[in-house]
Design a protein around this ligand. Structure first.
Ligand code: SF4
Length: 229
């Protein structure tokens, strides 16, 4: 990790959104860029982790970390909302209900209060797996752990005010943080919405307003009052 140039990666990621003015509203191009960024990151991790991938304890059904606030860009939210709309109507309806309930319970809570509430992410399915795994947020991708019990203790510890360290793969953490900043800055520099939003509130809003994504991306006009009615 010491030799990897994260500054250069962040600059390169920003530049990927410096598209010609006429292409700026081609959401399909922007989503394709995001897909490519995710895919290239997975390849980079496999290349960098040679030999020590077995140390990572994360796996399907483990959900201890899926209780925190997750920040996403509007472009990620659009990607998730479009993915959800392609799913079975019954699944979409179930997710929408869970999002409504979760948002009702956690909106306005800070990180600590959210943890105290012990409310799990609305995208966890009945088996404890991420329903939106192929399009999950960059921040979710940044998390890894070498010990499931440490994750459990960390969540319980945060609630009780005792900080418990969790050993993570530092390259993976830094990589996705860098990409998140690169995407957000790149969008902003291209004159598009680059602010970050809370995952559940934003996706809930986008599912209820399927025709607004292009306009919101272009005008940066989504205000907190609309998400927090
Ligand atoms: S989006 Fe998926 S990975 Fe992220 S917190 Fe929710 S269930 Fe967990």
């Amino acid at each position: 990790m010491g030799t990897f140039d994260f500054v250069q990666l962040q600059q390169q990621t920003q530049k990927r959104f410096s598209v010609p003015e006429s292409d700026k509203l081609e959401i399909s191009l922007l989503l394709e860029e995001l897909r490519a960024i995710r895919s290239e990151a997975e390849t980079l991790i496999l290349q960098q982790q040679e030999g020590d991938r077995s140390l990572i304890a994360c796996g399907p059904g483990c959900q201890f970390c899926c209780v925190v606030n997750v920040s996403i860009t509007l472009l990620e939210g659009i990607s998730i909302a479009r993915f959800l709309r392609q799913q079975d109507a019954a699944d979409l309806s179930k997710i929408s209900s869970k999002l409504d309930q979760l948002w009702c319970d956690v909106r306005g809570l800070d990180e600590e209060e959210r943890l105290m509430s012990r409310r799990k992410c609305a995208f966890l399915d009945d088996r404890g797996c991420c329903f939106i795994y192929p399009v999950r947020p960059l921040f979710c991708r940044s998390i890894s752990s070498t010990d499931v019990e440490l994750c459990r203790a960390a969540v319980v510890g945060q609630v009780s005010g005792e900080l418990q360290p969790v050993m993570m793969h530092q390259f993976q953490l830094q990589l996705y943080k860098t990409l998140f900043i690169g995407v957000a800055d790149g969008l902003a520099q291209a004159g598009l919405e680059g602010r970050s939003f809370q995952l559940s509130g934003l996706v809930r809003y986008l599912l209820k307003h399927p025709d607004r994504d292009e306009e919101l991306l272009k005008t940066s006009s989504l205000c907190w009052d609309e998400i927090y009615p």
